[in-house]
Ligand binder design. Sequence first.
Ligand SMILES: CC(C)(COP(=O)(O)OP(=O)(O)OC[C@H]1O[C@@H](n2cnc3c(N)ncnc32)[C@H](O)[C@@H]1OP(=O)(O)O)[C@@H](O)C(=O)NCCC(=O)NCCS
Length: 179
Amino acid sequence: MYFKKMIGEKCYLSPIDISDAEKFTEWLNDLEVTVNLQLYNTAINVESEKSFLDNISKEHNYSIIDRETDELIGNCGFMGVDHLNQTAEVGIFIGNKNYWNKGYGTEALSLLLDYGFKALNLHNILLRVYDYNKRAIKIYEKIGFKIIGERREALYRNLKKHNIIYMDILSEEYYENNQ
Ligand SMILES: CC(C)(COP(=O)(O)OP(=O)(O)OC[C@H]1O[C@@H](n2cnc3c(N)ncnc32)[C@H](O)[C@@H]1OP(=O)(O)O)[C@@H](O)C(=O)NCCC(=O)NCCS
């Protein structure tokens, strides 16, 4: 069951429904999706996904739901929230590939950031992205993230070494860029 917590034009963010573990497991076994994620080389089954979802659903992680069809399309959330320093790291994935390149990722991440700045009082939000993930880099730049550095050849994947790009955004930069 989904609940409309942060609502956009195309999608809304809902608390995670653990009974979606099977759908998430299907996506997290799709190498085309996970090549962009840390868990590319992790074995995931429904049981392990259930306990993972159970853990992350207690933190600031949300399911991305298509507004028109109420269909689950992905997940986004904050990790390592540090309230003293008002920092966190953000992550997102859209598992249903039919929804790629249709503006859902940009909107879902914007909804989450707005919530992070206004409700969680975050000030600086960090993300990590692999250098070959041009689509993701594009949406992060569109939203206002800036590249702050690259960890060189720190990802060894598909017989090649890749850089990991670090990007961050401050609350005032987000609102300068997104009204
Ligand atoms: C990355 C992801 C969240 C983006 O969400 P999305 O809904 O597909 O993205 P959007 O449609 O909002 O925006 C994509 C933008 O990238 C552009 N784009 C697509 N492919 C591109 C490419 N190869 N090079 C450069 N730009 C590209 C699109 O044109 C669009 O920009 P525009 O709106 O200015 O035209 C989603 O594709 C996804 O979950 N991918 C798999 C997992 C992943 O990569 N997660 C992020 C890990 S850091």
